[in-house]
Structures are given as structure tokens and as C-alpha cells.
Design a protein around this ligand. Sequence first.
Ligand SMILES: Cc1ncc(COP(=O)(O)O)c(C=O)c1O
Length: 445
Amino acid sequence: MTTKIDNAAKQFRFKKSLKLYKEAAKIIPAGVGSNARLWKTDCSIFSPCTVFIKKAVGSHIWDVDNNEYIDYRLGYGPVILGHSYKKVHDAVHKADEKGIVYAADNELIIEVAKAIRKFVPSMKMTRFANSGTEATMGAIRVARASTKKEKIIKFEGHYHGWHDAVAFSTKPGYTCPKRAIPASLGIPKVLSRYTIPTCWNNFEEIEKTVKKNHHDVAAIITEPVMGNAAAIPPKDGYLKHLRELCDTYGLLLIFDEVKTGFRLAKGGAQQVFGVTPDLSTFAKSLGNGYPIAAFGGREEVMSLIGPGKVMHGGTYSANPVSLNAAKTTLSELSRKDVWHHLHQYGKKMMRGIDTVLDDHKMPHVIHGFPTMFQFLFTDKEEITQYRELRFCDMKKFAKLQFELMKNGVMLDEDNEEAIYTSFTHSSADLYKTLEAFEDAIKIIP
Ligand SMILES: Cc1ncc(COP(=O)(O)O)c(C=O)c1O
């Protein structure tokens, strides 16, 4: 394994992370527990690079070298209330004293399903799972059963987990041919026939794709905001356009709200944009970081799940510990002051970054929502599609990210990931973050 450490990084403490990474690589493939944890955009610290974390509390996170950061990755989004949020932590620990997995249900399953439906009225019926990957797998299966059709349409740059149906064109080259590009080795070639990728936010292209393929297509699955491509928002009317196409051509519309759910608003992106999907998936913010996910929607579709019909299972699905985490998280998210804080913090942070970049005459776009946004270094006035990310200087972003880390602020090194905020981020955090931006921006070319 080769590693490079640049001069700037030497001033920063990364010795233990590097040592652990080298040790991990001997027994853990690629040295990381999940591929995304291996930073790749010319990481200035060491390359390849990953940071080992010691603990996270509130809005802060500490690595094994004792560097402390204000955390804007928040576990790729779940930690909406803050790390180790006391009420959720207490509920979980009280629950685990009563056992963790029963091979039978606990009455909380009803309470949490009802709480979800209260937030998201389209979730007439819900099944629980443990990860976003499982949730999208379940939603696609039940959509196929309901429509008796087998193909799905997904969008370039949208990520719906790592199972075979959706592991296509998640991060294709920005100028690659327009076809299903497998995101992994080991996916049977034949499966590329069942997933039709197309370009998001392009009204004509999706219309053409639907008209051409609707006889075989069960569903369109979409992230309602591109949580995995720099938080690009939908164009005015685009989600409604998807809804209308699905209605006209007999397809189901699946909103993958794994990132947007309980983060953009109580009712997710479907509340913000006023478009009701047939099926939705949730995970991340549902449990403030505890592993719980949900998929659900229309009763006549979801009621196809059951013995002898659509298979869905899971030893850990709807376990009482995760349900307690979800119950407490949703209860906190029903508080007005939580949303007020989340929105105020995010708005001020977006405005602050915008101003710093303007002051330093760095052309950029900043877009998204106060709880999930991103900025891109670009001369373009707006970035609306995955392929347009080729007009953005992501290496510059990665350099800035490293300088920010040195200043105690942790963004993801991948510009396609979003910046997330939590209820626990404080005005002191905001002040320090913007100060760190001021200092870091002076150093990058
Ligand atoms: C929109 C979306 N869907 C699904 C997933 C998969 O979720 P998980 O990592 O919990 O399997 C992710 C993960 O980032 C996601 O962003």
C-alpha cells in the first residue's frame, strides 16, 4: 500500500488514523467498513485516506488523534438532533434493558407507524427495515408486484443503496454514454436490462423515456432532492411532472426520502413540494442515527406484502430498540422550536458561506435547504443536473475541506455529498464555522 502525506498535512495530527487504516487494510477490504468512507478526491491528508473516529457528542466529533471538529457530515445525514442526543439515548438504553430482539412484534410498531403517518399522510401503511438499502429494495419489489411489470426507471447520480436493482449509474462519468452503468463489479449483466437510468430535472428526457418503456416499467424511483449529488433541488414543477407521467402511463412513483425524510420538513420533501408519491422510503433521520428504516404508502399496494404474497422480513426489522429511537426522534421533531432552530441555523450558515465566497470573488453556486445543502465552485449560474457537475471544481472543494478540517470544521471531502445541520449546532458553532471558512478560503488558490 502506498501512502502520501503532504507538507501541510504534517502540521496536522493524523498519525493514529493512518496507523489504524494500514492495520485495518490487512483484515478489512479497502481498510474501511463502507466504501464511501475511503476519501478519494486527491485527499491532501494521506492517500488513500480515511479518518478513524473516537466519539461524537452533540454537534462535535473527535478523531483518534484528538482532533475535534464541528460535524456537518452527521453520519451522512441521520443525526438530525445531534450526536448522543440525551432523550433518544435514554429511551434506547431503557429499552435495551427489556431485551433487543423478540422474533415477535412489540406494540410500539403501531405507535411509530402512526407517528410516521401523522408526519407523512401518504404513508397509509408501513413496513420497517434496518437500512435505506432494504427500504428501497422492499419498495421496488412491492411496486413490481403491484404493477406486474419488472423494469424501473432511476436517475443518474441518484443513490438508493447498494442492492443490485439500483446499483446502476449512481456515480457514472459526467460525460459517459447514457446507459445503465453498473456501480459495482459482481452485478449480473442481465440486470442492466431491468434498470433504465435517465437524466433528472430534464422534462423532455423523462417523458421520452416513459413513453418508450412504460409497458415494462413498474416505477420511477427518485430522490426528491439530489441528496447524493450536491443537494441539487428539483426544478419548479419537475416532481409534479413525474407524478403526472406516472398517472398517465400506469407507473408507480417512489420517493426515496432516505435523506430528505424528516430532514427537509416534518413531512419530508413531499410536504415541501406538494407532490404525493405512491410509495416512499425513509431511514436516516427516522432514528437519529439508530438503524431503522421504513417503506410504505398506498394501502392497496402495501397490502400485497404478506405470507405467500410479497416477501419482506428481517430478524432485526421493527426491533424495540430502534422503534424506541424512532418514537423519541419523531416526538422531538414534532416540536416547533426544533424546526425553527434547524431552519435558522442552516439559513444563516448558507448565507454566511455565500458571503465569504462572494467577498473572496470565488464564483459559486449554493443551493439546497437549510438542513441539507451544498456549494459548488463554478462559473455557471445554476447546476441542475448530475452531468453539469463537470462544470464544478471539486478539487478546489476538497482542498478547502482539508483546510477547514485544520480549522476544526468537518465537511465531507466529496463535493457530491451534502452539508447537514442538526438541532444541536449552536450559535458558537456557527461563528466558529464561518471564521474557519474565512481563514481556509485565504489559503486555497
Ligand atoms: C437517498 C438514499 N437512499 C438509500 C440509501 C441507502 O441507505 P443505507 O445506507 O441506510 O442503506 C441512501 C444512503 O445514503 C440514500 O442517500
